[in-house]
Design a protein around this ligand. Sequence first.
Ligand code: CO
Length: 134
Amino acid sequence: MLGRVNHVAIAVPDLAAATESYRSMLGANVTEPQALPEHGVTVVFVTLPNTKVELLEPLGEASPIAAFLAKNPAGGMHHICYEVTDIVAARDRLKDAGARVLGDGMPKIGAHGKPVLFLHPKDFQGTLIELEEV
Ligand code: CO
């Protein structure tokens, strides 16, 4: 069911500072910031030969990463995103297997303009999983 790792996401308290660290110290290519109000985050992507790293900063009062940053004030790994070819089929299979899909269970459009869903970290070894249809 799973394809490539689309990206690993890191929640950061200061997106500009994180972008600068990746650019100046790691010599990485980093995209321009993209505000995603529906997801409560602003994101940039570090583009790598084999995958991407998503840096996430809270956007708005009800950001879903605010609590994570309260617990991890310096930032930290937030989720891993796996590619799937049919997100609704993947969701139905996971629900049948007892996994919890976050929110209302309907795919939302993610940072790449593709449908995404999130799976409860308690069902996957303490790691929040994002599925993206490609
Ligand atoms: Co993501």
